[in-house]
Design a protein around this ligand. Sequence first.
Ligand SMILES: C[S@@+](CC[C@H](N)C(=O)[O-])C[C@H]1O[C@@H](n2cnc3c(N)ncnc32)[C@H](O)[C@@H]1O
Length: 348
Amino acid sequence: MIKYLGSKRTLVPVLSKLAEASGAKTSLDLFTGTTRVAQAFKNLGQHVTATDLASYSYVFSKTWIELDALAQNQNDLNDALAYLNSVPGQPGYFTKSFCEDARYFQPKNGEKVDAIRNRIEAEFKDSWMYFPLLTSLILAADRVDSTTGIQMAFLKQWSSRSNTNLIMKDPGLLPGLGTAVQGDVIELASQLGSVDLAYLDPPYNQHRYFANYHVWETLVRWDSPESYGIANKRIDVRDEGTKSAFNSKKTMASSLAKVVEDLKCETMILSYNNESWLSRDELFALVEPKGKVQILDFDFKRYVGAQIGVYNKLGKKVGEPGHARNIEHIVLAGPKATVDRMSAAILG
Ligand SMILES: C[S@@+](CC[C@H](N)C(=O)[O-])C[C@H]1O[C@@H](n2cnc3c(N)ncnc32)[C@H](O)[C@@H]1O
């Protein structure tokens, strides 16, 4: 999985337990990013719909959420990966922009990306393998990058992993069915149909994913955009149209409220962070119309199964949180019996 800000890597086991205890058969992962939460829900046998603004996230959803591993020929994918790995590098837009003008990757790997990406477009555009191959190429590039995990800057000295040769690997398709949707959740929420469970993991602050992961956006769009600055960001990073209402303090709360109101779901799980713009009371008020509310708190840095603070519906603390640094809130809202079952699955 790629390095991704706000990725729920450490919380997946908890979210998975919650989703299982909810008894949901259908679910939504609304800000799916890497899709790792949607994947966990799919692994429970749920029909998942995964949505996000980002093009690279759509590629991941098409690969891991929409495709059914049992309905595809894995040998064909293995053959395609072996073939693309054997393609000699050839410098192009990617090498010039991201290895020479900016230094996110070593030129030898940028040349491979250029050559492989061109072949994927020319030879696999109409194949079911198109999205898995793009996913594999992004993961391969991420493994040999020279950043700290965001593409606003690159390291002064090449990272040691950037010396490694880029190699595409099997992304590992999952059995089951799902749906991938690209778009703004503010517009999508009312159109997504009803589901048993919705998971919401909005951005926490002003840092925009479109700017932070502009290289993946370009690798997917393959549109050779004009760029600017030392980080060589896409020129449309500056456009209003690529901004998200969730990255602005002014519009974040009202946007989230609208999404919560528009969604047709029985039960909701909302991830939030104590370093963000919404207070605990605001979170409560936002989801209260859904039914019973319970907030679970986790220390994101220390967390591996350690639940450190629990609040009841009145916001009264019923568990000790220890030293609070970077706390992930998991807000549950829905029918009382379901929320009780879900919290019991975590609290015992
Ligand atoms: C905190 S991250 C989600 C991380 C994800 N749960 C994971 O584990 O990888 C927030 C995501 O929201 C997406 N996003 C931001 N604004 C959005 C909008 N208006 N509509 C849909 N997605 C949006 C970003 O592209 C980003 O992937």
